[in-house]
Design a protein around this ligand. Structure first.
Ligand code: UDX
Length: 449
């Protein structure tokens, strides 16, 4: 296959947020390993570090965002601005690249929906990369129906526990909304993203078929002509590269001192933020659980706080080394460490998949959008974790941790997590579903000529 693909160029355009750039670069590596040449077009905002990827060509475009606009605090506004401000610079850059050499296709993040019409104007095939999983994506495709049936916008508090008849076991409160965002603008954004995906030449997911078969079936029903390529987990298929974020390596030496499967790893991804009250409940819940914990408190995680200044003085010292807090962890390495017993996560897709791949049971605390769907699936469909039901309150935190770490229910969850990990590990090996699907994707790209 490498012989046929050799020299064929692909242009990739990642959305400039960590949870999107990283898997796109992993995808680039995967396709490069199949013989393709890779050009990455990227915005100036959150630009990747080309020196980490010397085998790719990088082209930067201005994004036109002011310092205040370039912030994931108002994600709906940010995504909308990307789709207006990047249009002209992207067109210019693409036009110049196309004048230099032939390009087999464009692969762009689903949120950059404007790239569909730009690609069409250049008669360039576009394949979409959807960084969330197929399960949540399948729910997004139902948005018009959910609105028609009155489930959206999510408004009545008394109805939140009601199961969505069309999408069990999701309840109204599990629908992938952005609680503090403008529901109308969000709805419009989701619908246009879905419409542009449906018009594309295919969609790639960082997932494996055994995990998200149900999502795949829904997608086939909704869009019978859309080609779907579940070819993950990427990070297991290509060697790990250095990240542009600086990880605190003290995590690993600290984990080396802990007993097997004893540590709760706590991290809420790259965008989610919590209140000071939540932060303190989490801190006390962890302290009272009597389990060792490794906690990523990202800069900006706690509203109105720089880092740890809200913690009561002497909090960590009084735990005698049972707790370790860092600003950024080498997450994949942490999850693969034998001392890790559970992952308290916000259920971003990357974190969820990374946990599945290491057989680590989850404690789910979703914040917004796809995370809400995923938390429900982790706890009620895949049954590889427990979800907090009453927000975060220290009593519930202690009880949930005890259930997962000490009781029979936790043992069953751990067994199922390990079985799913085995399925993940088979999927990308020769003969596995993702392996075969990747071959299908390569053939599909070659067929564009
Ligand atoms: C959001 C969405 O919820 C997710 O589904 C979407 O596809 C991307 O954007 P995000 O907050 O970025 O999620 O979380 P997640 O998807 O879990 O990605 C976080 C990434 O950062 C993971 O790959 C994780 O390994 C990495 N990470 C996080 C670290 O390497 N170290 C840390 O300390 C924290």
């Amino acid at each position: 296959m490498e012989q046929i693909t050799k020299g064929k160029r692909l242009i990739l355009f990642p959305l400039p947020l960590e949870g999107h750039i990283n898997p796109m670069l992993q995808l680039a590596n995967l396709l490069h390993s199949k013989g393709f040449s890779i050009t990455i077009i990227h915005t100036q905002f959150n630009s990747p570090n080309p020196s980490i990827h010397p085998h790719f060509t990088f082209r930067s475009i201005p994004d036109g965002l002011s310092e205040t606009e370039a912030s994931p605090k108002d994600i709906i506004l940010l995504f909308s601005l990307f789709n207006t401000e990047c249009v002209e610079p992207f067109k210019l850059c693409l036009s110049s690249l196309l004048s230099e050499e032939p390009v087999a296709c464009l692969i762009s993040d689903s949120i950059f929906h404007f790239t569909q019409s730009v690609a069409e104007s250049f008669k360039l095939p576009r394949i979409v990369f959807e960084t969330g999983g197929m399960t949540s994506y399948a729910v997004f495709t139902q948005f018009p129906l959910l609105r028609e049936k009155g489930y959206l916008p999510v408004m009545q508090d008394s109805q939140l526990e009601r199961v969505v008849t069309e999408l069990p076991p999701l309840r109204i409160k599990d629908l992938p909304v952005i609680p503090k965002g403008d529901p109308e603008k969000y709805f419009e954004l989701c619908v246009v993203i879905m419409t542009k995906i449906a018009a594309s030449d295919g969609v790639i997911f960082n997932t494996f078929r055994d995990l998200e078969e149900q999502g795949l079936v829904t997608l086939h029903k909704q869009y019978p002509n859309l080609l779907v390529f579940p070819i993950g987990p990427f990070h297991k298929c290509v060697p790990e590269e250095a990240s542009s974020s600086i990880s605190d390596q003290s995590c690993i030496s600290w984990l080396n001192t802990r007993a097997p499967k004893s540590v709760i790893y706590v991290s809420f991804g790259t965008i989610a933020a919590i209140t000071e009250a939540q932060f303190l409940e989490i801190a006390w819940g962890l302290a009272n659980s009597n389990q060792p914990f490794l906690w990523v408190v990202r800069l900006g995680l706690v509203h109105g706080s720089d880092w740890l200044e809200q913690l009561p003085s002497g909090f960590l010292e009084n735990l005698n080394g049972r707790g370790h807090i860092v600003k950024w962890a080498p997450q994949k390495e942490v999850l693969a460490h034998p001392s890790i017993g559970a992952f308290w996560t916000h259920n971003g897709w990357n974190s969820t998949l990374e946990s599945v791949c290491e057989g680590v049971p989850m404690i789910c605390m979703p914040c917004f959008s796809d995370q809400l769907v995923l938390a429900r699936y982790v706890s009620k469909v895949w049954k590889i974790g427990l979800q907090f039901e009453n927000g975060t309150e220290r009593g519930e935190i202690e009880e949930t941790i005890r259930k997962l770490m000490e009781e029979k229910e936790g043992e069953d969850i751990r067994d199922r997590s390990l079985k799913l990990m085995e399925k993940a590990n088979v999927s990308f090996k020769p003969g596995g579903s993702s392996y075969q699907c990747l071959d299908g994707l390569v053939k599909h790209i070659l067929s564009f000529e």
